[in-house]
Ligand binder design. Sequence first.
Ligand code: F6R
Length: 264
Amino acid sequence: MLQSMHTPTNSSTLHLFSNPEKASLYVAQQIADLIRQQQTQGKPAVLGLATGNTPKRVYEELINLHKNEGLSFANVISFNLDEYYPIHPEDTQSYTYFMNRYLFGSIDIKLENIHIPHTNCAANGINEYCKAYEEKIARFGGLDLQLLGIGRNGHIGFNEPGSSFQDTTRLVNLHSLTREDAQTDFGGLENVPHQAISIGIDTIVQARKILLLALGEKKSEIISKALQGEITTRVPASILQNLPHVEYVLDHEAAALIEEAVVA
Ligand code: F6R
């Protein structure tokens, strides 16, 4: 690790790494440590998981740990952050497909312990569905660890700019930048859904530990705003600034515009 410090203006912690590989391995190790620690106490590990490019290397490393070091996921209960609406779980752009491909298909997690918002319910059933998703998280005692990426507009999960910090799981409208960033995956902007189901910011901040991973130069501008700018619903990730149970895990490029990190 290059550097670990309290973020220059607040109480969360910043871990800086020289490259994306090292940052990803650190996150994978944190997750593996939690799973093992819970196992020794005979407890489940309740994980909040993200999709997207950022966590791919983390998941690859978790698979390596499973295959080569016997890390078992038998005690893991997972809740994914979000899913497009509408989308069929078997579509290759769905987050169900993503999670099976990049993690669940290669580890020993029990199928019944996997939770990803399923959005094939009728539109008038969505509110009930979202409420039930929240209740399920609560029934397992809340999230032990939430893994987050960050959108270029500061979203966490699909809590887009303007989302209330009190929001829980619900149907959301996707921001134009979010849809633009997804267009390659969907083979054109016109194919990208306009909506999604996302757990809320209130759900996220209640996790007992939060790891926000950001990699690459494309994230540097929003990372400096989220960590050092005003705490505002215009930058949803800014809510994390003052939370002592938040760790930002950044590679050098993503941290390039953070004032003290650049000097260091
Ligand atoms: C994905 C999610 C999003 C992504 C964010 C960054 O489940 O909730 O908030 O974490 O859009 O995406 P990538 O990692 O593709 O840059």
